[in-house]
Design a protein around this ligand. Sequence first.
Ligand code: NAP
Length: 246
Amino acid sequence: MNEPKVAVITGASSGIGAAVARSLAAEGFRLILGARRMDKLRAVGEPIDADCRFLDVTSDASVVEFCKSIGTAHVLVNNAGGALGLDSIEDAQEVDWQRMYDTNVMGLMRVTKALLPALETANPGHVVNIGSIAGREPYPGGAGYNAAKFAVKAITQVMRMEWLGRPIRVTEIAPGLVETEFSLVRFKGDSERADRVYSGLEPLTADDVAEAVCWAVTRPSHVNIDEIVLKPLAQASATMVSRKQV
Ligand code: NAP
């Protein structure tokens, strides 16, 4: 019997990362999962027999420790990230912008760099970056997050160019509104404000996004899915949504 393929997922303690973990486990992958909240991470990982490891993608030392002893990685899902605040540039909170950049951009670079030899050994390896429609379309109040996710899009495209000829596939998955802890984190625990983001419409679920990731990584090895943009039917752009009165 063939050894199972290995998938590494950052930010797997909730939302999209957790859903991708379950979905890849169902495809027969062996999972290595990382996040900071170990209790939540274990709750995701234990039922699917995953290797759950503490990971703070903003820390070099944590990334080095996390990646230790990963000799082969067929798939890396750079999912850890999110938004903080919805302030105008005039009112920008530097600490929020810094954290968004550190997590969504620097974290992605750090983990990818550390796992590149393991991905190449997999022959082919596959890097899946979780971007966003916020990385394609700016919106008022979004500048800090927009800048971070535009960076994810740019980095994904450069990966594709720099690794051309090497056995590493590269995909960006760019969702619109997905109901997860995303808005609760963005609005710093204000659950009423977070709930309003999804009220009166049917958002994507984390499972919807996980299906897209799963599809991209299970294509034949000569096929590279460059990007997938998916939005709820009720969302035409970052700022245009159709809400029913509730
Ligand atoms: P979520 O439920 O808040 O999940 C975010 C995950 O990232 C959590 O598992 C969190 O785990 C992890 N994380 C945050 N900071 C981290 C750090 N420093 N080190 C390691 N892990 C960290 O939100 P989500 O919607 O699933 O977000 C996943 C990704 O999708 C993000 O990149 C987000 O930008 C992107 N996205 C979301 C939406 C949406 O509408 N929800 C749309 C487009 C793109 P810990 O807190 O336990 O560390």
